[in-house]
Design a protein around this ligand. Sequence first.
Ligand SMILES: Cc1ncc(COP(=O)(O)O)c(C=O)c1O
Length: 438
Amino acid sequence: MHLQASKSIPGGVPSSWASSRPTPVWVSHGNGAYVWDVDDNRYIDFHAGYGANVVGHANPSVVAAVQKRVTQGTHFAQPTPDSIVVAEELSRRFGLPQWRFCNSGTEATMDAVHLMRVITGRDLIIKVEGSYNGHHDSVAISIFRSAEELGPADKPWRTPGAGIPQAIADCVRIVPFNDIDALSRLLDEHEGQIAGMIFEPILMGAGIIVPQPGYLEAVKKLVHQHGALLAFDEVKTGLVIHQGGATAMYGVVPDIICLAKALGGGLPCGAIGGTNEVMGAITDGRYNQVGTFNGNPLTMAATRAVLTEVLTDDAYARANDVGAYILKNAISTLQKHRQGVHGYQFGFKVSIVFSDEPARNYRDFLEVSTGAMHLNYLMQFNGGVFLAPWGKSESLTLSVAHTCEHGDVFLRNLSQLGKVIEQMSDRTSEVFAAGSFN
Ligand SMILES: Cc1ncc(COP(=O)(O)O)c(C=O)c1O
């Protein structure tokens, strides 16, 4: 199938991130915690479509909502009543009063950047080194690069992604995560020029890197002192780590919140929330937040079901139990095999990193063995567990359908992996490093 697909689809995949070594995985269907490939092999799914499917596959509430809506018309480019319920529920969870919709995380962070520039009348934005905030030009800067390509640690370059002019990257300034002094220096150097800062309150594309105590509060204070705005990219964290994302978990409410992924329960829904001041720029027409499919009726029906029926307080309590069980046992399993390991668990996310030292920022994370994580991906896959192919960067995502028994299969495979890698003295070999691309 991969060979056939490769003739008409570049790389044989609809998105480059659906690629994996040795071959992309073609999925036939999913149900609850499971997915089946086209050869009818069943896997426990901890990939969850890059963390989007915390409701589980074919969740009955989402299926019912979509089935009902699909018979009533799926596109008008006019508002439907479900969107009010969704906006009100997001306000309740995240503490920002106004919400607009879009179709992806990339669109949400693009709107955030535009809004920050429109409101302040300034061009420069700040982003965090190594943090992925989507694939539009203003944020696809200094991501997934080696330390050499990122420049000196104390004066990081702004390294544009492929196809992005340096002139656009030059409207961006880069700071390391968890470094409040670097941010302070940058804001002083560019007094009156910074529109705002956008970043993930927990860095998710690098295992999981948590903010140091007080970091988020200090960022908010500093950014505001310099007349700039603060946007949290909660595309990956929002609704997954906690009912109200990192915003509610840490109690620091920014000016703008970007959501997507888990929000639509498997349908493409993004959202942007803001203070009355920020969203006033949309209301009075200074910024046209637009999109043919924004607030699409099918997406809104699914999202309403996700928020009001599926991702309940009970669902988070269960996810925390299952997640804590997996993390605790994964750490003891790898330690038994004399492997360095640490990890985190928040709600539906579990991150297990093959290193004793928790990273503070993206450069620390580059030191973590890519080979071990890729080998884990392969051994888990052969043992009936589907992880996200970008093994080093990604975490496990649970769904409401996952139980500790599903975790046990993952843990058995992890023990096998431990046995194998504890005997590997040379981890620099070409074979072991073959996973390096992810
Ligand atoms: C933190 C973060 N922001 C933004 C995005 C972009 O979202 P999308 O792929 O829906 O455009 C992603 C996607 O992985 C993400 O992890």
